[in-house]
Design a protein around this ligand. Structure first.
Ligand code: PEP
Length: 244
């Protein structure tokens, strides 16, 4: 269960969040818990979760190790800050900051090189869903990005299916719609990396997941977890999702 805080919270607000959140999930051993705060809160978040089962992730990673890349944060920097995961190719990055399947692949390779678990996002926009092109889009995002990983590299990634029309809109995909999309993605994994990889890859669903819909989504065998935006900002609400 991963929380994406997007561009919310200061370091002080991060500390306050974990004070409330930690005791609510201290005994939650059924899943991995990851919170991805803004870069500026990584160290305070890592400090705040010490000794708990909570992991801290970043929301992006540079594809280079270091260099003249103003505004970017590299894998070694994230690793040194204590991050263990990183979200890559979130639709907001694709939509507003020119992220492409090719740069998603480069960032994923960088995350793997520096020991971070990539959470790679894919998902269709409303016009693609309404135009009946969801499957085509998911296949092309897969082929243009993570399909180029080696089998060993692929075994270390997590995929997040996030239909863009469901992110931050309050419109959740029905469990059946989400599961259908997960089947398409898993089918691509099977074709490219084989059955064992398809059976073991974790595919998270993201898009307006809340305490009151998480159970029905998680009841789908295809759905292995959730990537949660808005509802991860509140400790009680994210804990209710973790402990569904
Ligand atoms: C997200 O940011 O990845 C997300 C799924 O947002 P929300 O849960 O707010 O739709």
């Amino acid at each position: 269960m991963a929380g994406n805080w997007k561009m919310y919270k200061t370091p002080a607000e991060t500390v306050a969040f974990f004070e409330k959140f930690r005791p609510l999930v201290e005994k939650s051993e059924h899943c991995e818990i990851v919170i991805c705060p803004p870069f500026t809160n990584l160290t305070s978040a890592v400090e705040a979760v010490k000794g708990s089962p909570i992991h801290i992730g970043a929301q992006n990673i540079a594809w280079a190790k270091e260099g003249a890349f103003t505004g970017e944060i590299s894998g070694p920097m994230l690793h040194a800050a204590g991050a263990t995961h990183v979200i890559i190719g979130h639709s907001e990055r694709r939509q507003y900051f020119g992220e492409t399947d090719a740069t998603v692949l480069k960032r994923t390779l960088s995350a793997l090189e520096f020991g971070l678990t990539p959470i790679v996002c894919v998902g269709e926009r409303l016009e693609e869903r309404e135009g009946g092109r969801t499957e085509e889009l998911l296949k092309s995002q897969f082929a243009g990005g993570i399909a180029s990983l080696s089998e060993q590299q692929f075994a270390k990634i997590v995929i997040a299916y996030e239909p863009v029309w469901a992110i931050g809109t309050g419109k959740t995909a029905t469990p059946e719609i989400a599961a259908d999309a997960h089947r398409v993605i898993r089918g691509q994994v099977r074709e490219k990396f084989g059955k064992a990889a398809a059976d073991s890859v974790r595919i998270l669903y993201g898009g307006s997941v809340k305490g009151d819909n998480v159970k029905s989504l998680m009841a789908q065998p295809e759905i292995d977890g959730s990537l949660v935006g808005g509802a991860s900002l509140d400790p009680v609400s994210f804990a209710s999702i973790v402990n569904f």
